[in-house]
Unconditional design. Sequence first.
Length: 79
Amino acid sequence: MPRVIQGKRSMSGKLKIHVDQDKCQGHARCKALAPELFELDEFGNAHEAGDGSVPADLEDKAWLAKSNCPEIAIEITEV
Ligand code: SF4
């Protein structure tokens, strides 16, 4: 079972991001901060790119996007 990480930086494991569509309001801050990790639909709502896997060199951007989402819509899990 993937573990949801609440605002704490993980030191090991691979990270996955997920955008909660019920919370996302389409501010696109995540896309501006981490364009490699997010895609926007025609309404401007964000989705994780691909299966949400975060390459090791983009982990900082994933945390940055999560901490800047005003709707707390971005989940980061360690898989
Ligand atoms: S910053 Fe948050 S609310 Fe805005 S588009 Fe990204 S996930 Fe959605």
